[in-house]
Design a protein around this ligand. Structure first.
Ligand SMILES: Nc1nc2c(c(=O)[nH]1)N[C@H]1C(S)=C(S)[C@@H](COP(=O)(O)O)O[C@H]1N2
Ligand SMILES: [Mo]
Length: 200
């Protein structure tokens, strides 16, 4: 399997920890709901639609058959903690892009999660070489609390863009704020530019 080491890990030590962050050992579990419901995996479908030539709908089994890679990446939460070298395994977003063939007008993606969370980002960041739809973490099936069945991992942006429990991705002409973006968080969220809140 191809191994990707994210640029976030390769930065020299002074650049590696974005300003205003500190290292902790393991990612804290953050959820917008108190209890995350259990999903019926027989009914689970991963869907991609919008400004694409070829919308897709895949079961979990079909997702597991797509080309996969392993990824090592740092993880930076806007609440100021960071974790080094998390190991993920899953489908490179570039594989999904190949499958759906975005139209020229597609400039942003909007991500939908099973418990109702959403987030948005430019297609350019979704499509980075180290952006992944992960189904494993440290060699094990993604633990429920870290996003089972499928989690978007976008190491180049703050961790709120790394949406857990993903079921849908909409390719869009225009940007649209997701859950935290509607509540004041940055539309892009680049940790090295400290884009925490809209206006930063
Ligand atoms: N579906 C969903 N994804 C989410 C969140 C959430 O509440 N729901 N929280 C985000 C935030 S703010 C962070 S810091 C990370 C935390 O990841 P973890 O819970 O796996 O540690 O998940 C992100 N993805
Ligand atoms: Mo976060």
């Amino acid at each position: 399997m191809k191994k990707i080491v994210s640029d976030t890990v390769k930065k020299d030590e002074r650049q590696r920890l974005p300003s205003g962050q500190h290292w902790i050992q393991y990612p804290l579990i953050y959820d917008i709901v108190d209890r995350v419901p259990d999903w019926d995996m027989d009914k689970y479908r991963f869907k991609v639609w919008g400004e694409v030539e070829n919308p897709v709908e895949l079961s979990y089994e079909e997702l597991l058959k797509l080309p996969s890679v392993s990824l090592v990446a740092d993880f930076h939460c806007v609440t100021r903690w960071s974790v080094r070298e998390i190991e993920w395994e899953g489908i490179p977003t570039q594989e999904i892009i190949k499958l759906v063939n975005p139209k020229e007008e597609a400039k942003f993606v909007f991500v939908y999660c099973l418990e109702g969370y959403t987030t948005n980002m430019p297609l350019e960041f979704f499509a980075k070489e180290d952006s992944l739809l992960a189904y494993k973490m440290f060699g094990e099936t993604l633990p429920k609390e870290h996003g089972y069945p499928l989690r978007l991992v976008v190491p180049q942006l703050y961790a709120w863009k790394s949406a857990k429990y993903v079921w849908g991705i909409e390719f869009r002409k225009e940007d649209k704020p997701g859950y935290w973006e509607e509540r004041g968080y940055h539309m892009l969220g680049d940790p090295w530019k400290e884009q925490r809140y809209w206006g930063d």
